[in-house]
Design a protein around this ligand. Structure first.
Ligand code: PLP
Length: 284
């Protein structure tokens, strides 16, 4: 089955889907996006993703290209045309096409692209054995709560992680506190079994997976606190893990080469992963 993309009103072969050379997303990274999981043919946590998309658009004063009801139809059609059962949907909205000028253009309308693809099966080694992270300075702007397509620091950070043989890079703010990964939220479990993740301020993207895991933690009655934590605290934590739509929940076993806990996936990370996968399996 060949891939199909939705590009501003048309369903096109993925290989010929294209936007204008003066699209502001291309020239200024003037746009936002969402990545949603498709589980068993259904979109997981569609409501929270659409709410975050609306918030990102509003923060940047980009108008929505269509209603949520229409977007839901387009996403389902892209999923259907691509025959995706388990995978992701990518939604990108830019401010539109206009002669290059920094100020908002008067006449341009938003440009919407929707794609979908099968998710690569999770690497069983990562799932069973956990992953390593490195720490890097957080060099991003001060509105990381907006899911903007301006991802260059994240790209550079992920590349540094790759080159260091790690899965992810945890970004560290000027106070020495971990903000988040380059495409994941960061978590630790303290020695008294309290789950800690940074509060959803403008230093992090408020992950939809993060919100789902927080709900699970509340429901299961585990102790938790939303606050910043330092690299030193993370290295001496009992457990650490990371979350995102694409990777679900993965235990973090090494931070800058230092083993976390006993260097194996901890019981709380395993339990929360199990609960999250059950939540994902209930998508409908
Ligand atoms: N933090 C950043 C910087 C991200 O890019 C992402 C996902 O793309 C996340 C966190 C996790 O968000 P979500 O759980 O909604 O996928």
């Amino acid at each position: 089955m060949s891939r199909v993309a939705y590009v501003n009103g048309q369903y096109l072969p993925h290989c010929s889907g294209a936007v204008h050379i003066e699209d502001r997303g291309y020239q200024f990274a003037d746009g936002v996006y969402e990545v949603m999981a498709v589980v068993g043919g259904f979109l997981l946590d569609e409501g929270p993703h659409l709410m975050r998309l609306a918030r990102s658009l509003a923060e940047l004063q980009i108008s929505a290209p269509m209603s949520n009801a229409a977007l839901r139809i387009v996403m389902r059609e892209v999923i259907r045309r691509n025959g995706v059962h388990n995978g992701i949907v990518y939604v990108q909205i830019t401010r539109g096409v206009a002669a290059r000028d920094h100020g908002f253009p008067k006449a341009a309308g938003p440009v919407l692209v929707v794609t979908s693809r099968w998710k690569r099966p999770a690497d069983p080694r990562a799932v069973n054995d956990g992953v390593a992270v490195i720490t890097i300075p957080d060099i991003r702007w001060q509105r990381c709560d907006i899911k903007s397509v301006a991802l260059l620091p994240n790209v550079l950070g992920k590349q540094r992680a790759k080159e260091a043989g790690a899965f992810e890079a945890w970004q560290v703010d000027r106070e020495g506190k971990v903000s988040e990964g380059t495409s994941t939220n960061a978590w630790i479990v303290t020695l008294d079994d309290t789950v800690v993740t940074r509060q959803a301020d403008s230093a992090i993207l408020n992950g939809v997976t993060r919100l789902a895991v927080l709900d699970i933690i509340r429901r299961e009655g585990y102790g938790f606190v939303e606050r910043p934590f330092s690299v030193a605290e993370a290295k001496s934590a009992r457990e650490a893990f990371l979350t995102s739509t694409v990777v679900d929940l993965l235990p973090v076993l090494r931070i800058d080469g230092t083993a976390v806990g006993n260097g194996e996936p901890g019981p709380l990370s395993r339990k929360l992963r199990e609960c999250y996968l059950a939540h994902a399996a209930s998508a409908k």
